[in-house]
Design a protein around this ligand. Structure first.
Ligand SMILES: [Zn+2]
Length: 80
């Protein structure tokens, strides 16, 4: 069982502020979700999924228990 983390993880938030914050989150555009669902390797292996962003929006949505429709990793057995 995963241990719940605080809604605002300060180390992660400081990192996000240093590298990914402008007027908006440059990772997710303030949606709180990073969607790499269609990402593939050079050989065509599906490797993406939806993830909560490390920004405060993403952290808050994760902590609130919202679900992502394909948050599970796409495993090798599902790839051609
Ligand atoms: Zn973000």
């Amino acid at each position: 069982m995963k241990k719940p983390i605080r809604p605002k993880h300060y180390i992660v938030t400081d990192y996000w502020l240093a590298y990914y914050a402008t007027d908006h989150c440059t990772l997710c555009g303030n949606s709180g979700v990073i969607d790499t669902t269609n990402a593939r390797t050079g050989t065509g292996l599906h490797v993406g999924r939806k993830n909560w962003c490390i920004c405060p929006n993403g952290q808050a949505m994760r902590a609130a228990g919202h679900s992502l429709d394909n948050a599970e990793s796409i495993r090798a057995e599902n790839n051609p």
